[in-house]
Design a protein around this ligand. Structure first.
Ligand SMILES: C[S@@+](CC[C@H](N)C(=O)[O-])C[C@H]1O[C@@H](n2cnc3c(N)ncnc32)[C@H](O)[C@@H]1O
Length: 284
């Protein structure tokens, strides 16, 4: 019979115990994103896809800033099956921040599925069936610290927009901008002074034009994540209010003369994204 070296035996058993403890720790470590196996679903509700994952990855990439930001109210417009709002709640919940969440969707089935997804993950939000934020604007004006949106951005014939069901998940009308262009002014009204907006856009949506629109409202922007698949090239853009830009806009509107208009003209001629602010400088 082979002799077993008692020293080796104790090293082996130490390694096995360490491995088991590590596995236990990993199992106990709460996930920072929603788990696909715990997601509820319905054939008429958008399932998490590349765009949903890119948005959550952008939130994860910006998680430290989000935690320092200490938001008290976060909102998702168009929650689908709840992957994004659930992930955001898990990310911020881990640090024990007291945050309230609101999510809307025009599709009643999406609200039901999001409720089930959130329950399965032990997180909660006020869930509302509505068109963007209709009926909520007065109550929430200037009080939302973080808004996340993965809008219907696919260019489609205009008559496909707003037909409801699963079509509402992607049908974005001309340049995929019909719903996006209605969301932007609403987001501006809902965001607090320190509010941040994270939005998924497609190249076909002309993101630089979106940034220019938001710039005129006083927001700086940056790409948090850029991701290309065979079918599409996605950008997750973050917007935040910038006092320098607000000052510039005030000066420009005080002087509604030719130089102001020239400035606008120059901006529209810039290649996409060249006026985006650098993230490191702003810690945004
Ligand atoms: C691309 S899906 C994104 C779903 C989910 N946020 C995700 O990332 O997996 C877009 C969602 O927006 C919803 N939606 C479309 N138009 C809307 C509107 N006018 N108001 C509110 N929600 C809308 C759709 O029903 C759909 O659930």
């Amino acid at each position: 019979m082979d002799q077993i070296n008692p020293e080796l035996e104790s090293i082996n058993s130490l390694q096995i115990t360490t491995k088991i403890n590590n596995e236990k720790a990993l199992k106990k470590m709460p996930s920072r994103t929603a788990q696909i196996r715990l997601m509820s679903s319905h054939e008429e509700v958008y399932e998490p896809c590349d765009d949903s994952f890119a948005l959550v990855d952008a939130l994860l990439a910006d998680c430290n800033n989000l935690l320092k930001h200490c938001p008290t109210l976060c909102m998702e417009i168009g929650c689908g099956s709840g992957y994004v709002i659930t992930s955001l709640a898990l990310m911020l919940g881990q640090e024990g921040l007291a945050v309230n969440y609101i999510a809307t969707d025009i599709n009643p089935l999406a609200i039901r599925v999001t409720r089930e997804t959130m329950d399965a993950h032990g997180v909660d939000a006020e869930l509302i069936i509505t068109d963007i934020a209709s009926g909520l604007e007065k109550r929430l004006a200037g009080s939302v610290d973080v808004i996340v949106v993965n809008p219907p951005y696919v260019p489609t014939p205009e008559d496909e927009v707003g037909v409801g069901g699963i079509t509402a998940s992607w049908a974005g009308g001309e340049n995929g901008r019909s719903v996006i262009d209605r969301i932007l002014p609403v987001a501006d009204r809902l965001l607090s002074e320190k509010g941040w907006l994270y939005m998924v856009t497609l190249i076909a949506n002309n993101p630089s034009e979106i940034c220019l629109y938001m710039r005129e409202k006083g927001y700086a922007s940056r790409i948090v994540i850029q991701r290309s698949t065979e079918e599409e090239s996605l950008h997750i853009i973050k917007f935040w209010r910038d006092l320098d830009i607000e000052g510039d806009n005030e000066k420009a509107s005080a002087d509604k003369s030719a130089p102001g208009r020239l400035m606008e003209y120059v901006l529209t001629q810039l290649p996409p994204f060249t006026f985006w602010r650098c993230s490191d400088r702003d810690n945004k």
